[in-house]
Ligand binder design. Structure first.
Ligand code: FAD
Length: 527
């Protein structure tokens, strides 16, 4: 049995939602992956009378299988390899949506997808351990199902290693359109539609520009912003949340074991739950938009203006900034040039692409050492480089790392350059701070794990920042500007954690409420 009891149960509960018969057609070869596809399709066949399975497919790319609506062959998606692991949900959704079960995506967005013209043949390379991949796979699958101009093949990179090498796929997800590289990394349905449909950005700007002022505008949709939004809605405030990507760092987080209500969850799952909960409250959610500037209210009680990079502007009586943080870059020559061509930041996502290869991890804190331990189980060899004289990770992690035979630890090492052959990374160089000697490590992949930077550049000169560019806040989450509050990883809060950010979001929002009821609204001015 390829499907364990849990997966079989999940399918049993979902497959009755199929309303139109579907056909699964496999194109196989003699590989072990083909045997697994045969097993998987056989098990799906017996789980639903609406599923018919055939093994006589004529697709060029093998092993793969195509899911098609019997009454409308345009409604189809193709998987190359076995979409289990993180892609199991994509498989279930594909079965249901090809089978006529409606998507829960925004109705306007679905209409927009139906209206996309031209020919768009998408191929997405994913890995079964990549948390960022399902969003992309599911978004393109949905497009392929509802618009006959769009086709999508989702490929497990692990099952198509030769193609991965030939097409220079160095990170997942990587998307090709009509044979050309189209995008890399996590992309939401909205973002993908915006990339395909050039008119969508103008429509979004028009929609935002027509919005009336809010009581509170939250910038950032991670744990801090979500928590603030729920508190605001429960206080009856007219609320909007603007986020480049709803979920923030949760989208890059594998296992979470310190969320107090549950022993274990995963970042993308928590992010989806937060978004659902916020959507279930009266909150205007504006995603795929980056904040560019704040113009604080000229008078107490007036309106603050938030300008977005798209050119649209929003106004509100109060603001909460919760723009979080991002991976810190090394800032050495070659890093930007080879990003996603050997330089990676998410070991959970991209680690499997380096199976049997030589890699380095930069950074000897908890995340670097965890990444090195994780990679050591997949790759041929890991060199861990730490700038300081000793590792900074917890003792238990260091002990585990030192017990691994395929790991070399180098301390007092300052990475100086990423080298490559124009196509991909081939080596890195570092200078030993102990004896000033230069060294080269030949390798295929570099995982950078040297901490986080607050997303506050766009605020320069508006609210007071610390020497580390974190927003200075008091115990109420208040910034140096009246009516502007902040919460989470972008602030001077000493601990950057999910529950800390959630608590900070609620603190900031309760402070906003306090501020609003004590501050008479200036009705004479618009800004
Ligand atoms: P973020 O989660 O960073 O969210 C920021 C939001 O702001 C996002 O929506 C982003 O798109 C948006 N944004 C940023 N700039 C702009 C802009 N200019 N305009 C509009 N929107 C913008 N914590 C734990 O407690 N447990 C763990 O196990 C754990 N594991 C982690 C693993 C990894 C790999 C990482 C990276 C972090 C982990 N953390 C963990 C830390 C935790 O994820 C963060 O502390 C938490 O997400 C911070 O929440 P936040 O809302 O402040 O910011």
């Amino acid at each position: 049995m390829i499907l364990d009891a849990l997966l079989t149960e999940a399918l049993r509960s979902h497959l009755p939602k199929i309303v139109e018969p579907i056909e699964l057609v496999a194109s196989l070869d003699n590989s072990p992956t083909s045997a697994k596809i045969t097993e998987l399709l056989g098990e799906l066949d017996v789980l639903s009378a609406d599923i018919n399975v055939r093994f006589d497919g004529s697709a060029e790319r093998r092993p793969s299988f195509r899911i098609t609506r019997v009454t409308d062959p345009h409604a189809s998606v193709t998987f190359g390899g076995v979409p289990l692991g993180h892609e199991f949900t994509s498989l279930v959704l594909a079965l249901l949506q090809v089978g006529g079960h409606p998507s829960t995506a925004d109705a306007d967005l679905l209409d927009q997808i139906r209206g996309i013209e031209g020919t768009h043949r998408f191929e997405t390379f994913f890995s079964l351990s990549c948390q960022n991949c399902p969003d992309v796979v599911q978004a393109l699958n949905l497009m392929s199902i509802i618009n006959p101009n769009i086709e999508h093949v989702a490929l497990d990179g692990g099952a198509f290693q030769d193609e991965v090498a030939a097409r220079e796929v160095m990170a997942v997800p990587t998307v090709f359109r009509n044979g050309e590289k189209f995008g890399q990394g996590r992309m939401t349905l909205e973002e993908l539609v915006a990339m395909i449909d050039s008119r969508s950005s103008d429509r979004a700007v028009e929609k935002i520009a027509a919005m009336d002022p809010f009581d509170v505008l939250i910038v950032g949709g991670g744990p801090a912003g979500s928590s603030a939004a729920v508190y605001a809605a429960r206080k009856g405030l007219r609320t909007a949340i603007v986020a480049e990507r709803f979920g923030g760092q949760l989208l890059d987080t594998m296992g979470i074991e310190n969320l107090i209500s549950t022993p274990y969850t995963e970042g993308p799952k928590l992010a989806a739950e937060l978004e659902d909960n916020v959507r279930n409250h009266q909150v205007e959610i504006i995603t795929a938009q980056r904040a560019e500037r704040i113009d604080p209210a000229p008078r107490i009680g007036g309106l603050h203006t938030l300008t977005l990079e798209s050119g649209a502007a929003l106004q509100a009586r109060s603001l909460i900034i919760s723009t979080g943080a991002r991976w810190r870059r090394m800032g050495v020559p070659g890093e930007a040039e080879y990003a996603n061509r050997g330089v990676a930041y998410c070991p959970h996502c991209d680690g499997p692409l380096y199976k049997g290869k030589r890699t380095a991890v930069i950074g000897g804190g908890n995340s670097g050492v965890e990444a090195a331990i994780d990679l050591a189980g997949i790759v041929k060899h890991v060199t861990l480089l730490e700038f300081g004289d000793e590792l900074r990770a917890d003792e238990v992690l260091q002990n585990k790392l030192r017990s691994l035979s395929n790991v070399t630890i180098v301390t007092s090492a300052m990475t100086t350059e990423v080298l490559g052959d124009d196509k991909k990374v081939t080596a890195l160089t570092y200078r030993s701070r102990a004896d000033e000697t230069d060294h080269q490590v030949d390798l295929d992949g570099i995982f950078v794990q040297i901490g986080l930077l607050p997303n506050t550049e766009w605020l320069d000169g508006t609210v007071q920042l610390s020497e580390h560019n974190e927003i200075m806040i008091d115990g109420h989450g208040a910034t140096s500007v009246p009516g502007v509050f902040a919460a989470g990883d972008c602030t001077t809060v000493p601990f950057k954690q999910i529950v800390v950010s959630m608590g900070a979001g609620s603190t900031a929002m309760l402070s906003v409420f306090d501020h609003l009821i004590r501050t008479p609204q200036d009705t004479n001015v618009s800004a």
